[in-house]
Design a binder for this molecule. Structure first.
Ligand code: F6P
Length: 367
């Protein structure tokens, strides 16, 4: 009988893993899955370091409510994670020679007597989960990323916390920018989508917001800063997503993709700062928020979302709705097929009301 046809009573042992870059709320999901599973009379098994926890037989541990007490408010993941692209095609060494990564994972899944799996991750991890589902693993996905760029869900957990942190940073930069009559350029995360830049920029009262969805002309940003100067606002705050691109140019790279790792973005903030100094004659500084956005305690919104996602993921497993992802369709948490999610990116629609509200506030998007 293929795994995907298991019934509710056959789901007795549930594995949990976290994959991709971390995000505030991962521990809250783990806690929710462990509590929901245990309270439904099931056993929860934590797998270490994403799917690598299914490569060796000693990278798992039983998780009880006692083990997850107190982790709701803690950033990171108690299970560890890896962020190195799709390992599916890489053969792995075993005592008996080499073996396909997927074959080995499925073998260990059975050796650990798992009946279901909750995979918590972003686009890359969910794509791997989808492949495993096609190979028969009974699993449910939970969408995570501070970038908020997963389709079919209004929110991923982690996004709200990252936006709160970036907004606080912008607030702090406002006072120093104002005191020194400077331009402060804040680079935030967002590889393909500008959600963090847009939301934190609007919430923080930025003067320019540059996002991957709208290629920018730095001359227009400089013009805007000069116009502010002319009416007496002698400082400006520019928020730029790491994946934002000047018109006709590509993304700014710190490191090219290699060995399964995706390209590392970064540097657009410094580039914009240098250009704005030259074009406006004003002093400018860059602040890169980087991985600080991924740390810290999740906001109450993210704790709620993570808890609801975890509880619903267990419900879906027990209901044999495998190959699905939990999703937020306000006010409900629903199930969507993983196949509708993989290979797509949820970008900011250029006519989205928050974009229009930003423009209405006089914020330039550099276009
Ligand atoms: O996917 C979230 C994200 O924060 C991106 O915005 C960023 O480019 C990436 O992770 C960086 O990941 P890492 O440095 O951990 O590989």
């Amino acid at each position: 009988m293929p795994e995907s046809s298991k019934s509710s009573s056959e789901i007795r042992r549930i594995g949990i893993l976290t994959g991709g870059g971390d995000a505030p709320g991962l521990n809250a999901v783990i806690r929710a899955v462990v509590k929901a599973a245990t309270n439904a009379g099931r056993e929860a098994i934590g797998l270490e370091d994403s799917f690598d926890g299914l490569i060796e037989l000693d990278r798992w541990r039983k998780l009880t409510p006692r083990d997850v007490t107190g982790i709701l408010r803690i950033g990171g993941t108690i299970l560890g994670t890896v962020n190195r692209g799709n390992p599916f095609h890489a053969p792995i060494a075993t005592s008996g020679g080499t073996m396909g990564y997927a074959t080995r994972c499925i073998e260990v899944f059975h050796q650990l007597e798992l009946d279901g799996l909750v995979v918590i991750g972003g686009d890359g991890t969910l794509a791997i989960a989808h492949e495993f589902h096609k190979l028969g693993l009974p699993l449910v996905g939970v969408p995570k990323t501070i970038d908020n760029d997963i389709v079919e869900t209004t929110n991923t957990f982690g996004f709200d916390t990252a936006v709160s942190f970036a907004t606080d940073a912008i607030d702090r930069l406002h006072t120093t920018a104002q005191s020194h009559h400077r331009v402060m350029v804040v680079e935030v995360m967002g590889r393909y989508a500008g959600w963090i830049a847009l939301y934190a920029g609007v919430a923080g009262g930025a003067d320019a917001i540059l996002i991957p969805e709208i290629p920018f002309d730095v001359q227009k940003v400089a013009q805007h800063i000069r116009a502010r100067e002319a009416y007496g606002a002698r400082f400006s705050i520019v928020v730029v997503a790491e994946g934002a691109t000047p018109l006709g140019a590509g993304v700014t790279l710190q490191k090219a993709a290699n060995g399964g790792y995706v390209e590392r973005l970064g540097g657009i903030g410094a580039q914009v700062t240098a250009d704005l100094e030259r074009l406006t004659g004003k002093e400018a500084r860059t602040v890169v928020l980087g991985h600080l956005q991924r740390g810290g305690s999740p906001t109450s919104f993210d704790r709620m979302l993570a808890t609801r996602f975890g509880a619903r993921a267990v419900e879906l497993l027990l209901d044999a709705q495998f190959g699905t992802m939990v999703a937020f369709h306000p006010p409900e948490i629903v199930a969507v097929p993983l196949e509708k999610v993989v290979g797509r990116t949820r970008n900011v629609p250029v006519d989205f009301d928050v974009v229009r509200a930003a423009r209405a506030m006089g914020i330039t998007l550099g276009d």
